[in-house]
Each structure stands twice: as structure tokens, then as C-alpha cells.
Design a protein around this ligand. Structure first.
Ligand code: SF4
Length: 347
């Protein structure tokens, strides 16, 4: 259970408004920042923020990164409460890897259209059709789906994970069809079935758009961060030749920040969620970072507002629960991935 008894900040808490798009009404002022730090100390909590969070949430966090790197930080953190500023499946993954800790998400309504594109019941039915197949799931899945999975993968290691499987065994790959198509093309594997899921938020990064960007920015490099569904279509399209291959860099968060510091180009196009631009501009202020698609903003990620974070720390809510048996099965599928190596993404 979450601890209670933390003294709220009455004036700020009175400003919190709960609406259909989340909690609003509180600005990220120095007073708010001081209050967040004080409340986190009182709760013995560490604040983790995904790269696609609002800039003010990234700036107040103790650690910023991608979902898997943050889950591993959560497991090693000395604090016994984790405040996960990201979407729900990410907080669940942190709970799966740290079952003894209290994991809070500032607004549990922050979902993910890609994770929602396959349910545990749908996966059960698919497995029944291919009883001998090995199930490989991208990390953007619910805890229940991870529990039915043999090996998880990230975009960085999906090819290695599929290549590690006995060529005679069929593979069920889910839920991202773009990542699945990319892996099938690279591995040449024919006995691989791909679930037709996608991130509806970012289906807008398309081939024509990427080709047009390459034409109108002839000196720019392209950074593709493969940790979120929005980038996997760009990953696929870059492989199709929509952007000249020598200017495409498929990079984890950490790799992207390092590459930004040493980049020779004065302009870099970034094919991922727009929140990533904040970290890149901080790392390399001399480079003009532009989004390939400036509409690529995840509304679920942006539900973690200053008001939501304040309410979370005051009330100890929303707490993330994963049934212990589901967590143990899900943990196995994540650990099998880590054993294969190169889980990638920000380390
Ligand atoms: S950008 Fe897409 S894949 Fe990423 S969290 Fe949002 S809905 Fe999910």
C-alpha cells in the first residue's frame, strides 16, 4: 500500500482540477517544484520521467530515459516508492521488475494505443491457433500480455531476439506491425506471424512525409529513436529507402544524446515523439533539432501534468498493482530478453 500522512500543500492542491483530459490547474512554478521535491523526500520516493514527458516533468525528475532503462533504474533505486511519469504499461513494467516497491503513476488514465491493440484474450486465441509457436512481444504491452509471452523485445534488440529462436519454430510477433515487418525483412524469416497493431497516435509518420523531409533538408541527418511505437514506422520506412541510408541513425536515447554532442550537421531531423526534442536541445544547443512530424505528440504522455504529479505525491495515488503470478510470468519474459542481450534504449 502507498504510504499516507504526507502533509499536503493546501494552496496548490486547491488549484487542481480533474477533467476528461487529466488533472490541470497547477503551473510549474518554483513553488511547485519546491513542493514536489519536499513531498518526494517525505515519501522516500524517486521520480522517473520518460523522454516523451512534458519538459517541466522531465526537469523535476530524478532520472529521465526510456521505459526499460527506467524500469531497471526503479529496481536498483534505494527509495521504496517509485513515481513513474509515463504511460500505464511502463509503470506496470517497473512494478513487474520491482514487486516489493510501491509504484505510483500520476494519472492511471494515461494509456497507450499500441499496448491496447492486443488483449490477453486475443493473444490466448492466437496462441491456440499456433500452439507450438514462440511468442515475442514488444515491451509496449500490458502485464497480462507479457505474462503470456515467451520473450519480450525492444526495437533495439527485436532482430536479435527473433534470430535467437530455433528456425524450425513458428514465431508470433506482436503488437507492432511496423516493427514486425522490419524484423521479418532483416531476418528473412518466413515462419513469422505479425499482429496488425500500431500506435494510432503516430501513424502520421509516413513514407511521403519522410521522403519529402529528406528532399527539403538535403544536409540534415535523421535520428530515429526506436523505443516507442511512433518511431517504428520511421524505422521501417528508413529501411525501405525513404531517407538516404547513410544519413539515418537508429539510436537509443543515450546514443541519441551522445550523437547529438558529436554531430557535424547543423540540422537534425528527429523521428519520434516530440518530447525527445527537449533533452536533445539541452544536450546540443548549437544544433537545430526538428521533428519529422510535429504532430507526433502523445496525448497520453502529456496527461502527466504538474497538477497530476502534485496530486500523486500528496495522495499516494494512483498506485499500480500487478497480480503476483502475472508479475512473475511477465518478469520471466523480460528476463529472457535481457539474457539475449542488447536490450538497448538509453543505458
Ligand atoms: S506514443 Fe504511441 S506507443 Fe508511445 S506511449 Fe503514446 S500511444 Fe503508446
Amino acid at each position: 500500500m502507498a504510504t499516507t500522512g504526507v502533509q499536503p500543500a493546501p494552496a496548490l492542491m486547491e488549484q487542481v482540477v480533474d477533467g476528461p483530459t487529466g488533472y490541470t490547474g497547477v503551473a510549474a512554478t518554483p513553488e511547485w517544484a519546491e513542493e514536489i521535491k519536499r513531498l518526494a523526500r517525505e515519501r522516500n520516493a524517486t521520480i522517473l520521467a520518460h523522454n516523451y514527458q512534458l519538459p517541466e516533468i522531465q526537469d523535476i525528475a530524478d532520472h529521465v530515459g526510456d521505459s526499460l532503462a527506467l524500469s531497471r533504474i526503479a529496481a536498483e533505486a534505494p527509495e521504496d516508492t517509485i513515481v513513474f511519469c509515463g504511460v500505464h504499461f511502463m509503470a506496470e513494467t517497473a512494478k513487474i521488475l520491482s514487486p516489493e516497491k510501491t509504484v505510483l503513476i500520476p494519472d492511471q488514465r494515461a494509456g497507450c494505443s499500441l499496448a491496447d491493440s492486443i488483449t490477453a484474450d486475443e493473444l490466448q486465441a492466437w496462441k491456440a491457433e499456433f500452439p507450438n509457436a514462440v511468442v515475442v512481444s514488444y515491451v509496449n504491452t500490458t502485464a497480462e500480455v507479457k505474462a503470456l509471452t515467451d520473450i519480450c523485445c525492444t526495437s533495439s534488440n527485436a532482430v536479435d531476439v527473433v534470430a535467437s529462436i530455433d528456425p524450425e519454430r513458428e514465431v508470433l510477433f506482436l503488437p507492432d506491425q511496423f516493427l514486425g515487418a522490419h524484423v521479418k525483412r532483416v531476418t528473412g524469416r518466413q515462419n513469422m506471424h505479425i499482429w496488425a497493431g500500431e500506435c494510432h497516435v503516430h501513424a502520421g509518420i509516413n513514407g511521403e512525409e519522410l521522403t519529402e523531409q529528406a528532399r527539403t533538408h538535403p544536409d540534415a541527418e535523421l535520428f530515429v529513436h526506436p523505443e516507442c511505437g511512433c518511431a517504428t514506422s520511421a524505422l521501417y520506412l528508413a529501411g525501405e529507402g525513404s531517407f538516404p541510408a547513410d544519413r539515418v541513425h537508429i539510436l537509443s536515447t543515450g546514443g541519441m544524446i551522445d550523437a547529438a554532442k558529436t554531430a557535424k550537421s547543423s540540422q537534425v531531423l528527429v523521428a519520434t515523439e516530440v518530447g525527445m526534442l527537449h533533452q536533445l536541445r539541452k544536450a546540443a544547443p548549437g544544433i537545430d533539432f526538428q521533428a519529422v512530424n510535429d504532430r507526433a505528440s502523445c496525448p497520453y504522455m502529456k496527461m502527466i501534468t504538474p497538477a497530476a504529479l502534485l496530486r500523486c505525491l500528496v495522495e499516494g495515488a494512483d498506485e499500480v498493482h500487478v497480480d503476483p503470478e502475472t508479475a512473475a510470468l511477465g518478469r520471466n519474459s523480460v528476463q529472457r530478453m535481457i539474457e539475449i542481450g542488447n536490450p538497448g534504449g538509453g543505458e
